[in-house]
Structures are given as structure tokens and as C-alpha cells.
Design a protein around this ligand. Structure first.
Ligand SMILES: *Cc1c(COP(=O)(O)O)cnc(C)c1O
Length: 474
């Protein structure tokens, strides 16, 4: 299996449209359970892991916590997203935004694939350095940094960092004058779900004075960065931001800097990736000559679809409707908005519930796992386990099945966890974020390993032989 090269050498490398063993790029297109050659589809592999895990639990006998919510992560999906990136955004070297999901296996795979890393705190920098990754592959992309973290970055040689205000320049002058600085500019992010420019980014009318101050302080500004907002839905946001960046590059050369790198940030979502990449690539070619290096900071793009969460129904309340003579149910799961569903509160996400196991029937991936047809359906509301009334996961769901205590519900597209981090940012705290997802063990099979006791278990699988080989999975 050919290794994907580091993106810094990617101009010499051509990525074949189909790598050996690579299944169709989008898992959505791979719903069928089996390929002609008999190998399993990603969904079938994930199904097997879920089945083994939930069928091994006897709810009347098991130890406390054995039925806790858990993830299945398909690292092959991360691998496919990487190939898709390289095919569509040849010029942009990805620096994965760790805050999105610091899962160690994800980070390890991306390290093997040659990406860089966008870190937002000392903990994240340390996590990456501890894996033996060179500090030149890290960008400390937090424009408002804690002083002691800046000293830490200086000590560890993490030179790339962002700024967007004068005080940050004085701080840099004091603690890390050799830093390679990126001026983060604000963008029009009105079309995005999470408007990061509300909080970060210099507006275009102050970029010149910031550059002049940096020059006066003898600092080294190497480029411009922006973020079009998380969950951006308008590809033209990239066009406008690239155009604005060009204007700032020109200001910089007037001030006496020779900028060499453009950082196009994150905000890529899987559904709109190709059109966005197309607009972005064209804008880059229109506004920046080939000698300007381009990096990006994708987060959710890489991981969202790779993680599926399974939750157990721990309690149920029946609501009888005397007039229609029907029952609706409130289901209580063992995970909620204080756990892996923070995205509901802070990210305007609407997780879609599906039935994993109902009674003795395993329904993952089948029609019966969701509402289908026009037949009679039972109505549910789905709640988290805490005593807080806002801990509501799904207000209304309909299934043809009657779900009971001990049954399992699953949610796809649960890999983008950085919403919690974002929440802390909104609270104005830099986040020494404790990863919510911790490795419980490894490998394709679903044996449990008791390495970590806190947080959630993740069962890993790889639907790509390439990813499995890089990770040393059997
Ligand atoms: C959150 C964040 C990212 C990743 O954003 P996505 O929308 O998940 O791609 C990248 N860069 C910075 C500075 C961020 O804050």
C-alpha cells in the first residue's frame, strides 16, 4: 500500500482516483451491505462491531456501567476524507483542528498521513508533540493566547501562531519574538452555523495598523489566516475571504513584509465539500501565485461522519392519549446534552435517532431502524439522563417499533465534538479541554480493554485497508 506523502511534497505526487482497496468515497453511497467481491462495506463492518458489543450485554446481570453509551469509529472514513481532500484541494495542506475531536487514533492516523495540526491550547500542543510529531507541523491557531501557553510554545519550538489585535503582538514580542505570525482576519460568516468571526479576526480597516505595529516591534508576520465559520453553507464565503486576504498580502508588502503562507482555516462540511473546494481552488489560483504556500484547518470535515454513537434506553415513561387510545413514550438515554450531545445547544445540530436494537432484533442499517413507509408509527421524545429539564435530545421521533428499556438507539455523524470547546471559547476561556472521547482499546475487533475508565468507550474499525495498515490494525 502506497503511503500518502506529506502534503509539502504533494505537487510531485499524483493521487490515483481509486486507491487499491478504497471503497466509494462517501459512506452514504455505500449503504449496500456487500460488494460484489464479497468484502464488507463500511456499514457492514460497523454493524458487526455494534452487534457484537450490544449482544454481549445482559442488562439484568451486567456490572454497573457496562451498558454505557459508546462510539464506533470507522477510521477508514477519516482516510477517505483525506484522499478526497487531496483530490479536490491539491494546493491546500490540511492542518487538522484537534479541538474538533482529539481522539488519539484519529490524530495518529492523520499524523501518518502527513497532515499538520491546528492546536488551540497547551494541552493540544502537548498531545501532538507527545506523539513525536515535529513542532513545524503545528499551528497554534488561537488569536487570543494565555501568556504561559505562549512561553510553552516558544520552549517547544511551535513557531506558527495567529494574532488579531495589538495586545497579542506585545505579548508575542515579550515571550516569543521569533514566532511566525499569521494575521487572522474576520470574514463574512453569516451563512455558517457557528459564526467564529463574531469572536475572532481583525476587520480590514485595522489590518494595516496591526502590520505596522508588528513591523515596529520587529516581529515576523508570515501570512494571513481566516475562518469562514463552522458549517459554512455558502461557497462564495471562501472567494470573498481569499480576495480579502489578497488585499492584506498587498498591505503587508507595502509595510515591508514578504508574506509566504495563506491559511484558509476550516468550515468545510462533507455535503458541500466539492463545490466549496472548487470555488476555493479557483480563487486561490486567481489571487495567489504558486509560490505562496496554502494551508487549511479542517476539523469536522475529517471526523464527523466517522463516529457513530450508541446509547441505551435506561428508562421509559408512557403517555396515554385517552381520546385516540394511543400511547406515546418519553425515552431516557444514558447520554445527553451534558455528554456527547452538546452540539444541540451550541451548534444547532439535530441528531437523528435510529434504532440499533429493539428487543432481540438488531436493526442497524435496516429500514426498520428508522421511520419508513406510511404505516402506523409510535411517537417518542428522547431525553438525556440528567435531572435538568433542558436535557432533551430529540423533541419528536417516530418509529414503527415500540421501544422499551434496554433497547439501543444510535446516532450517526457524531464525530465533531468540538462544540464543547467552542462553548468554552464563548465563555471566554481558552480550553484545556479534556477529551470527551477516550480510547478504550484498539483494533478492528471489538474486544474491550480497560486502559481508561473515564469518559466514553470507542470501538475502532477500519473500512480501509490503507488506514488499517498505517494504524497497525489486524
Ligand atoms: C474550530 C476551528 C477550526 C475547525 O473548524 P471546522 O469548522 O470544524 O472545520 C479551524 N480553525 C480554527 C481557528 C478553529 O477555531
Amino acid at each position: 500500500m502506497a503511503r500518502l506523502s506529506d502534503a509539502s511534497t504533494q505537487t510531485q505526487t499524483t493521487i490515483p482516483a481509486v486507491l487499491p482497496g478504497v471503497h466509494p468515497i462517501l459512506r452514504k453511497n455505500a449503504r449496500a451491505h456487500c460488494y460484489k467481491d464479497g468484502t464488507k462495506t463500511p456499514e457492514q463492518l460497523i454493524s458487526d462491531v455494534f452487534r457484537n458489543r450490544v449482544e454481549s450485554i445482559d442488562h439484568d446481570q451486567c456490572d454497573a456501567g457496562d451498558e454505557d453509551a459508546f462510539f464506533v469509529a470507522d477510521l477508514g472514513e477519516v482516510y477517505r476524507q483525506h484522499i478526497r481532500w487531496k483530490m479536490n484541494l491539491k494546493r491546500v495542506k490540511p492542518f487538522y483542528a484537534i479541538k474538533c475531536n482529539p481522539d488519539p487514533q484519529v490524530v495518529r492516523l492523520l499524523a501518518e498521513l502527513g497532515t499538520g495540526f491546528d492546536c488551540a491550547s497547551k494541552n493540544e500542543i502537548q498531545q501532538v508533540l507527545d506523539m513525536g510529531i515535529d513542532p513545524s507541523r503545528i499551528i497554534y491557531a488561537q488569536p487570543c493566547k494565555t501568556k504561559s501557553y505562549v512561553r510553552y510554545a516558544a520552549k517547544m519550538g511551535v513557531r506558527k501562531m495567529t494574532f488579531d489585535n495589538p495586545d497579542e503582538l506585545y505579548k508575542t514580542k515579550q515571550f516569543f519574538p521569533e514566532a511566525e505570525l499569521f494575521l487572522r482576519i474576520a470574514t463574512d460568516d453569516t451563512s455558517s452555523l457557528c459564526r467564529l468571526s463574531l469572536k475572532f479576526g481583525a476587520s480590514l480597516d485595522c489590518t494595516r495598523s496591526l502590520l505596522e505595529l508588528a513591523k515596529q516591534l520587529g516581529l515576523n508576520v508570515v501570512g494571513v489566516s481566516f475562518h469562514v465559520g463552522s458549517g459554512a453553507s455558502d461557497p462564495n464565503a471562501f472567494l470573498k475571504a481569499v480576495r480579502d486576504s489578497r488585499a492584506v498580502f498587498d498591505q503587508a508588502s507595502e509595510v515591508g513584509f514578504s508574506m509566504a503562507i495563506l491559511d484558509v482555516g476550516g468550515g468545510f462540511c462533507s455535503d458541500l465539500f466539492e463545490p466549496m473546494a472548487c470555488v476555493l481552488s479557483q480563487a486561490l489560483d486567481d489571487y495567489f501565485p504558486p509560490n505562496i504556500r496554502v494551508i487549511g484547518e479542517p476539523g469536522r470535515y475529517y471526523v464527523a461522519s466517522a463516529f457513530t454513537l450508541a446509547c441505551n434506553v435506561i428508562a421509559r415513561r408512557t403517555i396515554e392519549d385517552a381520546t385516540t387510545q394511543t400511547s406515546a413514550y418519553m425515552l431516557y438515554l444514558n447520554d445527553g446534552i451534558y455528554g456527547n450531545f452538546t452540539s444541540i445547544m451550541f451548534d444547532h445540530q439535530h441528531p437523528v435517532p435510529r434504532i440499533l436494537r429493539c428487543g432481540k432484533r438488531f436493526l442497524h442499517g435496516s429500514e426498520a431502524s428508522e421511520k419508513y413507509g406510511t404505516g402506523p408509527a409510535t411517537v417518542y421524545s428522547i431525553w438525556g439522563p440528567t435531572c435538568d429539564g433542558i436535557d432533551l435530545i430529540v423533541e419528536k421521533a417516530e418509529f414503527p417499533e415500540v421501544i422499551d428499556i434496554g433497547d439501543w438507539i444510535y446516532f450517526e455523524e457524531m464525530g465533531g465534538l468540538y462544540t464543547l470547546a467552542l462553548f468554552l471559547v464563548l465563555l471566554n476561556r481558552e480550553f484545556p479541554l479534556k477529551p470527551m472521547v477516550r480510547v478504550a482499546y484498539t483494533k478492528c475487533s471489538a474486544t474491550r480493554f480497560n486502559g481508561f475508565t473515564d469518559n466514553h468507550e470507542v470501538l475502532y474499525v477500519s473500512s480501509e485497508p490503507g488506514a488499517a495498515a498505517l494504524l497497525g490494525f489486524d
